[in-house]
Design a protein around this ligand. Structure first.
Ligand code: R5P
Length: 294
């Protein structure tokens, strides 16, 4: 007999306990729909609230970058160590095993190369393809103050609209032209514009002075960009400082894959980001893991 027909009233509705209404763990993300929050939770770890992203999308404008000549050999072994991977659909389909369960942050802008004006980008991925690949987020460069500023902002807002249609968050990357000042004032401006115009999270550079104000004035999570290769201790210190000042994670490329021991470096960065390990200790960890590998 079906339960409905039995007329039994033995259910326990726990009427004395209010229904749980948990806020989502990420800054500025409470008003997002379930699918978008779920995708963000593939990038940011719900237990720490932070993310270690590995950026390998450099080839979309500069070809086979040092350390990325063979992603099958250099990057695939690192996959279990990153929460999310930022890359192009070409590298994803050709090289990344579909058994990878971390978040995919898909490079969705392109159209310029290092041989020309970098800010002259277009949207380079159809949203249908992003859905087909079941990515966790799509990402686009925003060139505030650059030659094609307005076009790059429009790329972002268009992707935000498409992302809302299918529940895919947008990561805006604040790209800095060669001649532009990299200070907190500039990054406050750039990050705030990206968030105001709808990006669900923003990638930006660390600055020695005032990074906390960049984070504080941005209503969505900020992930710290890695930038050019630094000595390991400097990269770990930069990541630790960014986390201490409120960043929700890091998205590092060259400082990982150009390191002498990329897997060891990634593990050290994980400790800094998720467990707030002091940089000196993380450096010791890096060195001992590197030594073990020999
Ligand atoms: C472009 O600016 C991209 O975001 C990069 O290709 C990449 O993500 C940069 O990573 P990193 O500076 O840490 O090597």
């Amino acid at each position: 007999m079906a339960e409905w027909e039995s007329g039994k009233e033995a259910k326990n509705f726990h009427v004395d306990i209010p229904y749980e209404n948990r806020p989502f763990f990420l800054k500025g993300a409470n008003a997002l729909d379930w699918g978008m929050q779920n995708r963000l939770a593939r990038v940011f770890r719900p237990d720490s609230g932070r993310a270690v992203m590995l950026a390998i999308d450099h080839g979309y404008f500069q070809g086979p970058t040092t350390g990325l000549e063979r992603c099958d050999l250099n990057i695939v072994p690192l996959l279990p160590l990153c929460d999310a991977l930022m890359l192009t659909r070409g590298m994803l389909r050709t090289t990344i095993p579909s058994s990878f369960t971390g978040g995919i942050v898909l490079r969705a802008s392109g159209g310029s190369s290092i041989l020309k004006e970098l800010s002259d980008e277009q949207i380079a991925v159809d949203i249908d393809d992003a859905c087909r690949l079941d990515v966790a987020a799509i990402t686009v460069q925003v060139f505030i103050g650059g030659k094609f500023e307005s076009q790059s902002i429009h790329n972002m807002t268009r992707l935000v609209d498409l992302g809302y249609r299918y529940g895919i968050p947008v990561l805006a990357v604040t790209a800095v032209g060669k001649d532009m000042v990299r200070d907190a004032r500039y990054f406050r401006l750039a990050c705030r514009i990206c968030a105001e115009l709808g990006a669900q999270f923003v990638k930006t550079y660390y600055v020695e002075t005032g990074f906390d104000t960049v984070v504080a004035s941005c209503p969505v999570p900020i992930v710290m960009a890695g930038g050019k290769k630094l000595p390991e201790i400097d990269a770990l210190t930069m990541a630790a400082n960014a986390i201490e000042q409120g960043a929700s994670g890091v998205d590092m490329g060259r400082n990982i894959f150009q390191s002498d021991a990329p897997a060891a470096m990634l593990q050290a960065v994980r400790k800094v980001v998720h467990e707030k390990m002091p940089p000196r200790e993380a450096l010791d960890l890096y060195r001992s893991l590197k030594e073990k590998k020999r």
